[in-house]
Design a protein around this ligand. Structure first.
Ligand SMILES: Nc1ncnc2c1ncn2[C@@H]1O[C@H](COP(=O)(O)OP(=O)(O)OP(=O)(O)O)[C@@H](O)[C@H]1O
Length: 367
């Protein structure tokens, strides 16, 4: 390593240290509905891409609509580059929105769809069209300028919607499930392209998704929302390594438990103990991937009792050439095994099995 103080001096200032005050997004969004309350705090620096990730009904779309001004806040605040926007009507907010189904005007060409954004913000017709043409060019869509939305592919329509939002030079770009309307093959290409556009965008982007891959690829930081609350936030790597709820653990494909650590043993809150390599004390999480689990039909001879649990197969699912076994019993867990191994073990729902995991394959961290 070279002198770290030296290299730190050469780094640009972090984006939050904005010379003109608190740049970026600072919001607490509270929306009350019968039987549902959204209460989330969001902060993002200019240039940052935030993904709101969560299960159905968690409140992601409500948060996005509140940012756009389409759903009124019951309480809280919304500041963008230092200006309060709570009382600003949606059309006057420096906010661009890409809706899930793009909401392109069917009777307008791609060019006029994009020109619509700047027109709404007061640009003259010729100016708006020139701006739109430049955006289409930048999106690689110049040849489609005169095409109507119904003749565009899903990926092209998405780019037109993105161009329309960006052409207004928003300080906040909102994307609702930006890839949901696309088929799997298009999705891959559009995801990569969208990632480049978001990386170039100099203001804040917030996207909503329930696809963890979209979130991990597109966002600098994930904000996981469950039941109207932020349950965890961090970089994709942080969240994948240290999930803090069952939903996130399932999302990143990990078995997750909570317990009390004493040395290398974690006594689970409602279950057996797990031996870990980390030496910790107090409340902790223990996580391990389903691929780290080995299954036996009979208790393995001579095996130590450590990390060996008596379970029962609750269900089996195929994942590519792997089988994911859901186990209940002493320790509920997911185990991955090859189709061959599953056949050899004669795994079927209801079958009793012994499950084991090596301490070195577990990861414990403070709760
Ligand atoms: N217009 C509405 N009127 C009343 N309740 C609503 C309305 N829209 C959403 N809700 C409720 O508000 C809660 C949050 O919904 P929201 O659509 O924000 O969740 P979400 O995380 O975006 O879910 P999804 O991934 O399914 O889109 C849910 O309980 C939902 O049923």
């Amino acid at each position: 390593m070279t002198n770290s103080a030296e290299s730190a001096r050469n780094l640009p200032a972090p984006p939050t240290a904005h010379p003109h005050g608190p740049g970026g997004l600072h919001a607490r969004l509270v929306v009350d509905r019968p039987g549902f309350r959204l209460d989330v705090t969001l902060a993002a620096a200019p240039g940052e891409v935030l993904a709101l990730l969560g299960p159905n009904g968690a409140g992601k779309t409500t948060a996005l609509r509140a940012l756009a001004g389409l759903t009124p806040l019951t309480d809280g605040h919304l500041r963008l580059d230092g200006a309060s926007l709570e009382h600003t009507p949606p059309e006057s907010r420096p906010v661009g929105v890409v809706f899930q189904d793009y909401l392109l005007f069917p009777h307008l060409s791609a060019l006029d769809n994009v020109a619509f954004g700047p027109r709404c913000r007061g640009a003259g017709k010729a100016e708006a069209r020139a701006l739109a043409a430049a955006w289409l060019e930048r999106m690689g869509l110049a040849p489609q300028a005169d095409t109507k939305p119904r003749r565009l592919s899903g990926g092209q329509a998405q780019r037109v919607a993105l161009a329309r939002a960006l052409a207004t030079r928003p300080r906040l770009l909102l994307l609702d499930e930006p890839l949901a309307a696309l088929d799997a093959r298009t999705r891959l290409e559009v995801r990569a392209r969208l990632r480049r556009h978001l990386a170039e965008f100099e203001a804040v982007s917030v996207l909503v998704t329930h696809d963890p891959l979209d979130a991990m690829v597109l966002a600098d930081r994930l904000v996981v929302v469950e039941r109207g609350r932020v349950v965890q936030e961090g970089t994709p790597a942080d969240i994948a390594r240290r999930p803090r709820t069952d939903y996130i653990a399932r999302l990143v494909g990990l078995n997750l438990y909570r317990g009390l650590a004493a040395g290398h043993t974690v006594r689970l809150d409602d279950g057996p103990a797990i031996t870990t390599t980390e030496e910790l004390s107090g409340p902790v999480f223990v996580a391990f991937p389903p691929s780290a689990v080995t299954l036996f039909r009979n208790r393995p001879a001579g095996a130590s009792a450590r990390n060996l649990w008596r379970c029962e197969v609750a269900g089996l699912q195929t994942h590519g050439d792997q089988i994911r076994a859901d186990l209940t019993g002493e320790l509920p867990l997911a185990a991955d095994l090859t189709t061959l191994a599953a056949a050899e073990l004669d795994l079927r729902p209801g079958a009793p099995v012994w499950a084991t995991v090596k301490a070195t394959q577990t990861h414990a961290y403070p709760a």
